[in-house]
Design a protein around this ligand. Structure first.
Ligand SMILES: Cc1cc2nc3c(=O)[nH]c(=O)nc-3n(C[C@H](O)[C@H](O)[C@H](O)COP(=O)(O)OP(=O)(O)OC[C@H]3O[C@@H](n4cnc5c(N)ncnc54)[C@H](O)[C@@H]3O)c2cc1C
Length: 690
């Protein structure tokens, strides 16, 4: 097993364990834990017996594919007790909590919420308390000014011992830097230093040059190294960190109880398996000093940190850094990823508003937000997508653990993850998010934002007014293609990203991988994918091709997301809710362990009469459905199931809802590119009841 397979398997295991951990009550009692493989075999047998129509494929056909390679089929079972929890409105809870707090504390700025998301003001005592607080603040500010002046004088007087920060790599501001390893590290992270301190110290020529220091870049390095053992690889990254992964920033890191550590050393976090690891792919010692790369006998990887590339000349094979420094290469990869979008109203706002608004993509963003969360501040997230929804759940959890902090999630759509999930599931997910303590405000947008002392006052178009200490904009990201125009590289007009061919080549010897690549998928057409797995696999392929493999990119990458303890899903292909969908769900049966008959008990259209079909599939006809959530909304419990996305009646996307280790099967089904006569039969392949 090579390292890549090992990593993928580890990921699988880690997810499986995560879900097992999440649903430990059921798992302990589960009769499925040991005989998983027996169960699979019996399912195979059963499926081979199915008939199929002439012009269409049946589920049976899928099994003929050599690609069909399934692993363990155990999946999570919904914890009915949790699902039956009353759907408490967290907005109401916040209101109550704040009133209670005010009786004790009378916080300045109040967090009033005219439109129903906050509470009223305090009484006379509070006014007095606020007056005294203001006086104290004034005195505090005065003291801080005096102290600041003293410090400035002290720093100026000790200037001889300090070194000013280099901005060689493209405009980082100079600063006063403490001449200790810790001081330098701090300055580097603050963007005051590049590493090395001048671009002049970088090699003039490298065999392999990678622009961007993220997931795709590091994956490409691994692949280059395994094909060319003594390869010398230089990564040029405009971040001041070594390559790291991003997914835990909105998930696991928030579940790691080390509130007193700031920042968390090496961004270590507990994986769902319980084992610990760092956000960084490799520790510092793994990397070669960029100044020593040329002379390194065994090659290796060096990262030039804090430098940006502004241009690539594919003909002369030269990159130009922001400060004009040039490096020539044999093979080059662009892996510049994407940058989070802001909303124009915040981008163009006054500085005192802007300082209360952030986007979310880096460890620095995590640190900043964590400080707010630790101080029990109110946080408003704008956006209903992957990062916004994950972050809202994680923050609600963190807030619960640390006894404070309201978490709002505001978005224009009717439910969470509406671009991916069919509307019924999107609304159901939203109700689960509320159960977890997120104050979700759908169908709303921010009309205006003004500074109100320490907070931002947000006026929504639905008449609500919120006070929030920080606003986190999670409205998607745009590929980093600034260097396209000076480099004369094509950018896709509708999808964005550098246009590449099937070998991920933009020009000869110049490749693009990860979020920034717009590639041609022979099955599903031109695409751009912003997911971890795509970055890993496209980076790997680009790396191989840089060493001469000339292979096409035919991998259907997968994605995953976790929304608190009850929802985890994996998807593949075009998981786009604007397409017609058919969702097949297993209703948990009252008594586990009875024989499964897989009876179709309900088949109905979605309540908006649209193209989303829901098939609810009970494990045993005789079992009563006891696990209904939100009974007053008459929603079934979409505990686990599979959703098919259709184009021209063919399956172009599959979403596995609380079902894990079935991505291989989903990939096979998409790759078959066929019409199926009965999707309920196809769904059975996924063993949604097991
Ligand atoms: C909080 C968060 C959670 C996520 N969770 C998931 C998840 O659960 N599942 C999933 O599938 N995906 C997830 N993703 C998406 C996934 O992390 C990305 O798809 C992946 O990081 C993209 O990798 P990349 O190498 O293309 O880009 P990046 O990792 O963004 O790396 C690009 C790097 O290039 C640098 N750069 C840009 N321009 C230049 C330049 N001109 N010169 C030098 N350097 C430059 C950037 O600063 C950056 O360091 C998540 C993303 C975020 C932000």
């Amino acid at each position: 097993m090579n390292l890549w397979t090992a990593r993928m398997v580890m990921h699988s295991f880690s997810r499986q364990a995560h879900i097992l951990a999440k649903h430990r009550i059921r798992v302990q009692a589960s009769q499925h834990a040991a005989p998983v493989y027996d169960l699979q075999r019996s399912c195979h047998g059963k499926l081979y017996e199915m008939g199929y129509a002439k012009h269409m494929s049946t589920a049976k056909d899928v099994l003929k594919s050599s690609e069909y390679d399934r692993h363990s089929a155990t999946g999570p079972l919904m914890d009915c007790n949790k699902s039956q929890q009353r759907n408490k409105d967290p907005c109401e809870q916040f209101k109550k909590m704040r009133l209670e707090n005010e009786q004790v504390k009378c916080p300045a700025g109040g967090a009033g919420a005219a439109g129903g998301a906050g509470g009223g003001g305090g009484g006379k005592d509070c006014e007095e308390a606020n007056k005294s607080l203001k006086f104290k603040c004034l005195m505090g500010a005065l003291a801080a000014l005096v102290a600041g002046g003293l410090i400035a004088w002290f720093l100026a007087s000790t200037k001889k011992d300090k070194k000013s920060g280099g901005a060689a790599g493209g405009g980082s501001g100079a600063g006063v830097i403490e001449n200790t390893p810790e001081g330098k590290k701090r300055a580097q992270l603050a963007g005051l230093l590049t590493s090395p301190d001048s671009s002049e110290k970088l090699p003039k020529h490298v065999p392999y040059l990678i622009i961007g220091g993220g997931t795709a870049a590091f994956s490409a390095f691994r692949s280059i190294k395994s094909n060319d053992a003594k390869a010398k690889v230089l990564i040029i990254s405009n971040e001041n960190r070594k390559p790291y992964m991003r997914p835990p920033l909105s998930k696991e890191l928030w579940y790691t109880p080390n509130a007193n550590e700031d920042p968390i050393k090496d961004y270590r976090f507990k994986q769902w398996t319980g084992s610990e690891r760092s956000l960084f792919f490799e520790p510092d010692e793994f990397f070669v000093d960029p100044e020593k790369l040329e002379d390194s006998v065994n090659g290796g990887i060096a990262v030039a940190q804090g430098f940006a590339v502004k241009k690539v000349d594919a003909q002369s094979r030269t990159v130009t850094l922001n400060d004009g420094y040039k490096i020539t290469y044999n093979e080059c990869l662009i892996a510049t990823g994407c940058a989070p979008k802001n909303l124009p109203m915040f981008r163009d706002a006054a500085p005192n508003v802007r300082e209360k608004v952030m986007v979310y993509r880096t460890p620095d963003d995590f640190d900043r937000l964590r400080r707010y969360a630790t101080e029990k501040r109110t946080i408003a997230i704008v956006g209903n997508g992957f990062i916004g929804s994950e972050l809202a759940c994680s923050l609600a959890h963190y807030s619960k653990e640390n006894g404070g902090g309201k978490v709002y999630q505001i978005f224009q759509e009717g439910g969470n993850m509406s671009k991916v999930l069919p509307n019924y599931l999107s609304r159901w997910t939203m109700s689960k998010m509320k159960n977890q303590g997120v104050c979700v405000i759908p169908n709303a947008s921010i009309k205006s934002a003004t500074r109100d002392e320490e907070s931002l006052k947000l006026e929504l178009n639905n008449g609500m007014t919120l006070l929030s200490d920080i606003v986190v904009i999670c409205v998607g990201c745009s590929p980093n293609t600034n260097l396209a125009s000076p480099s004369k590289l094509e950018v896709d007009r509708s999808l964005g990203g550098f246009v590449v061919n099937a070998e991920l080549e933009a020009r000869r010897n110049l490749y693009v991988a990860g979020d920034a690549s717009c590639f041609y998928d022979p099955l599903l057409g031109r695409r751009r994918v912003e997911h971890h797995d795509h970055s890993v696999v496209s980076g790997k392929l680009a790396g191989e091709n840089m060493t001469g493999a000339k292979k096409p990119y035919v991998h259907q990458s997968m994605f995953w997301s976790d929304l608190g303890p009850e929802i985890g899903y994996e998807g593949i292909g075009l998981a786009d809710s604007s397409l017609p969908t058919v969702g097949v769900f297993a209703l948990p049966s009252a008594t586990e362990g009875r024989s499964s008959t897989d009876n179709l008990t309900e088949n109905r259209d979605a309540d908006d009469g649209s193209k989303h079909t829901i098939i609810v599939n009970e494990k045993s006809q005789t079992d009563a459905v006891t696990c209904q959530d939100d009974a007053n909304e008459e929603q079934p419990n979409y505990g686990r199931g599979v959703i098919f996305y259709l184009k021209n009646e063919k399956i172009v996307g599959v979403l596995l809802w609380n079902l894990f280790n079935r991505v291989g099967l989903a990939r096979t089904i998409i790759n078959q590119n066929k019409k199926y006569d009965d999707l309920n039969e196809v769904a059975k392949l996924f063993e949604i009841h097991s």
